[in-house]
Design a protein around this ligand. Structure first.
Ligand code: FES
Length: 109
């Protein structure tokens, strides 16, 4: 897994969704209930931008058809049978980092 620094990203103390690009992927950085989460930015249902959505009850809600995804796991709500990628995120002394596995990491090479 490779860790990417997210320069310019700051914690606001408020519920926010910020879209960033790291490791060639578009990612939503979500601040919710004093925790940070990182999920893929594209809704798997029909491709809407999840960064235009909002959070409720530990889930991000898509602005198009209101599908919802768990902030921790990216798993879709019951009945959806889908998910968004969830990424580990760390706050370090010099900033916020996101961990992204490459295809080669996943197949163990
Ligand atoms: S595009 Fe997200 S719920 Fe349909």
């Amino acid at each position: 897994m490779k860790w990417y620094h997210l320069p310019g990203l700051t914690l606001t103390g408020e519920p926010t969704i910020q879209k960033v690009k790291a490791g060639g992927k578009n990612i939503c950085i979500i601040e919710y209930d004093n925790k940070l989460y990182a999920l893929g930015a594209s809704c798997p249902h029909a491709g809407a931008e999840l960064s235009g959505g909002w959070c409720k009850d530990g889930k991000i809600i898509c602005p198009f058809h209101r599908y919802s995804y768990d902030l921790e796991t990216g798993k879709g709500s019951p009945g959806q049978n889908d998910y968004v990628d969830a990424y580990p995120i760390e706050i370090r002394k010099d900033g916020i980092y996101i961990g992204i596995e490459s295809f080669w990491d996943r197949i163990g090479l």
